[in-house]
Design a protein around this ligand. Structure first.
Ligand code: SF4
Length: 448
């Protein structure tokens, strides 16, 4: 039987936190390979509960609901940020742990490495460098979000033998063919397959999705670029999978990472299935739900099923900016959604709102208005600093405007490193002031 090593690479950045980061695409590939008679072997460099890591470090870094701090190692800064006074770190397995795992492997026929944020590409190339040293004759294929959004950059910099851009199962078939395995994944894979958590000794939490993509087209978001069509999974199959995960792995938290979980029906059916099966665990919606779809029945079902995190996408309170960025939310949607959630029994402890910061064309007053709305509604605010994502309309517009060059090192767009990099952006003082206003509102809501 052929064996393929699946690797979730290191993150390299100035900061990172395990806010329920699981390599969902890789876990779907693992399931797909099993159906094709290929054995997957997973090494997740970001698994905080890995037993080799735990025997090496002082603990899992757990903070709340399964989230937590990664083990971090300071590494040399890339040249493009040499003058910035921040330490550059690698998050995940220490190099010795990673190398030892690779050294202990039985033969594999190929390595599939995934990737997430484009500005984490140094972590990807470093991971591939180590794999190349430890498994010198084994072909390495790179896929995932970075490989899809910036394939040419990845070909030049990542060090893989093949870069396989794209989503769904077609890139996997291409990657398998590259390894001499000519097989096709079933076309209805999204309904039939579930992410494969079996390789985790102790997952603690699991990330699942009930849909692919999003029917909206917000100018700053890559969802519709990554997934051309919006697709929902049969809710009964999702409920079955969640029931299996909770019972077999004794999970305490299930996290939905859909881009548009409430869009197009299906969520209420899933909630009723979960209630009917008496699945008792904590549920989380960290990805910013669409306020306009939070009706009273949805809110009641979420309350009955023990949701602990509900992030609502507020983004901006400026009507013109709401419209020009995609029209996904207007203020009356927010008021109605919060009213429904409050009547269901939720408070600021569970509900919070994402507010964009530094969106092109945004004013400081707009952010302050959004904070005022949060205060009025008792919503805990989370400020999200805008990062231009390659391939999005906003990215193209900023390049046309001359804000940065198309071939910029993606690391320089990481808002944790340079939060005010484009000419019309907020000053560092403004960003700091707004962040402090959000912190102070969160403290006030929690009665501190
Ligand atoms: S609604 Fe959300 S997921 Fe959909 S395009 Fe807009 S930002 Fe992206």
């Amino acid at each position: 039987m052929k064996r393929i090593l699946l690797i979730n690479p290191w993150i390299e950045d100035v900061s990172a936190y395990d806010y329920w980061l699981k390599p969902l695409g890789l876990l779907y590939i693992s399931s797909a390979l099993k159906t094709l008679g290929v054995e997957p072997v997973l090494v997740d460099c970001l698994d905080r509960y890995d037993s080799d890591l735990l025997s090496y470090s002082s603990g899992s870094g757990e903070k709340y609901f399964g989230t937590g701090k990664f083990v971090e190692t300071v590494v040399p800064k890339p040249d493009c940020i040499a003058s910035i006074p921040r330490r550059f770190k690698r998050f995940g397995f220490p190099e010795e742990v990673f190398r030892s795992k690779l050294q202990q492997l039985d033969h594999v026929d190929g390595v599939f490495v995934t990737s997430m944020m484009t500005y984490w590409h140094y972590g990807v190339s470093d991971t591939i460098r180590v794999v190349r040293q430890e498994l010198p004759s084994i072909p390495i294929v790179l896929g995932g979000v970075y490989a899809t959004l910036l394939p040419e950059h990845a070909k030049r910099n990542a060090g893989a033998d093949l870069v396989c851009p794209g989503t769904g199962m077609k890139p996997i078939e291409k990657a398998l063919l590259f390894l001499g395995i000519n097989k096709s994944v079933q076309p209805d894979w999204f309904d039939e397959l579930s992410p494969d958590y079996s390789a985790y000794e102790s997952p603690h939490y699991a990330v699942v999705i009930t849909s692919l993509g999003c029917p909206f087209r917000c100018v700053y978001c890559a969802s519709s670029y990554l997934w051309r069509h919006f697709l929902r999974r049969d809710p009964t199959k999702t409920a079955e999978h969640i029931e299996y995960l909770v019972k077999s792995s004794n999970l305490s938290d299930i996290v939905f990472f859909d881009d548009a979980i409430l869009v197009g029906g299906g969520f209420k059916t899933l909630m009723k299935e979960i209630e009917h099966r008496s699945i008792r665990t904590r549920f989380h919606l960290p990805n910013g739900v669409h306020a306009r779809f939070v009706d009273r029945e949805t809110a009641d079902l979420m309350y009955a099923n023990n949701f602990k995190t509900i992030k609502i996408g507020l983004e901006t309170s400026d009507r013109a900016l709401q419209t020009s960025t995609g029209g996904k939310v207007f203020l009356n949607d927010i008021y109605r959604a919060v009213d429904n959630l409050s009547k269901a029994g939720f408070t600021y402890k569970e509900i919070s709102a994402y507010i964009m910061l530094n969106l092109p064309g945004q004013s400081e007053e707009d952010v302050l208005d959004s904070l005022r709305i949060c205060e009025e509604l008792g919503l805990s605010p989370t400020l999200n600093e805008f990062t231009p994502i390659p391939g999005t309309l906003q990215w193209k517009e900023l390049i046309e405007r001359g804000s940065f060059a198309e071939d910029i090192d993606p690391l320089l767009l990481d808002n944790s490193i340079i939060p005010h990099w484009w000419k019309q952006g907020f000053s560092l003082d403004t960003v700091q002031r707004l962040k402090e206003a959000a912190w102070s509102l969160r403290r006030k809501l929690s009665g501190e």
